[in-house]
Design a protein around this ligand. Structure first.
Ligand SMILES: [Zn+2]
Ligand SMILES: [Zn+2]
Ligand SMILES: [Zn+2]
Length: 284
């Protein structure tokens, strides 16, 4: 590239993060960044639509599942995504019967089903994934689950970041933050991002003057510096030390099932890792 260097113009920590990701070498990276700079202009594009951006409520249905109200509509009903209007007053829980229609093409055999909403409601962050109505549950409108189980490291760390910098995406601020995003060089979590930003935020070629650059340069909850676990061999809880005597041995026996549980947690980490990897293959 003959024009002004793009990689070198970025803050050093961003250069290191980019170089720690799968790449074809410095020159190829420089060319990618220059191409993006030419295509994007002065700033990365804003997200094309908003998710989880209105006051929200989980309402218990007669079917035992929790259904999602976003602003004035039940987002989990109907075949097409309803457009929630901005609220003019406080959020009132909806009631009555809502119709669910198959939301995938014919491959999905689920029939139309009606759900009577009860008067039971709570904040969506407390509803475990298995109890959420499956219709559009992956669209980014449901708050990530705030698990009370300490061994769920992802939930625990995400909650810390959300408490520090809010539940909306720490980069664009327009949609709900869902995924943990982290620096590949330091492995420190930078923030919680919406689905639109999480896979691509690091691709920002701008040294500043762009919402993504602002996030990468100064992530609002970055001071927490929590580690993102990249391997399956996580050990974030102090193990019983010493090991001498019966008590020590019993303690290590007791921790064994937990170790297996952690391996399960690592398995849960796969989808968003995949997402991040997909992000890398898009860049170019
Ligand atoms: Zn529903
Ligand atoms: Zn975002
Ligand atoms: Zn940018």
């Amino acid at each position: 590239m003959s024009s002004t260097p793009v990689l070198d113009a970025l803050p050093l920590h961003r250069q290191l993060d980019l170089l720690a990701r799968p790449n074809q070498g410095r020159e190829a990276l420089e060319a990618q960044l220059a191409a993006r700079m030419a295509a994007y202009g002065a700033s990365c594009a804003r997200p094309p639509e908003q998710r989880g951006h209105l006051p929200t409520l989980a309402i218990l249905g007669g079917d035992g599942l929790w259904h999602l109200q976003l602003g004035t509509v039940m987002i989990c009903s109907g075949r097409y995504r309803p457009k929630p209007a901005p609220l003019s007053s406080a959020l009132e829980p909806l009631d009555g019967t809502i119709r669910h229609e198959p939301w995938f093409a014919s491959r999905d055999a689920r029939p139309v089903w009606d759900v009577r909403l009860t008067s039971d409601h709570q904040h969506p962050q407390h509803v475990p994934p298995g109890l959420r109505c499956p219709v559009r549950s992956e669209d980014g409108d449901w708050d990530p689950y705030r698990s009370p189980v300490r061994s769920n490291w992802k939930s625990r760390k995400r909650s810390r970041y959300i408490d520090a910098a809010g539940r909306m995406c720490h980069a664009c601020g327009e949609s709900l933050g869902i995924d943990l995003e982290y620096d590949r060089y330091t492995e420190h979590i930078r923030g919680v991002l919406c689905q639109y930003c999480s896979g691509a935020v690091y691709e920002c070629p701008h040294p500043d003057g762009c919402y993504r650059a602002d996030y990468l340069n100064h992530p609002p909850a970055g001071h927490l510096r929590e580690r993102y676990y990249t391997g399956g061999n996580r050990n974030d809880r102090p193990r019983p030390r010493g090991g001498s005597g019966v008590a020590g041995r019993t303690a290590s026996l007791v921790t064994q099932p937990r170790a297996r549980l952690r391996a399960g947690d690592a398995g849960l980490a796969a989808p968003s890792d995949d997402l991040a990897r997909r992000g890398t293959t898009h860049g170019g």
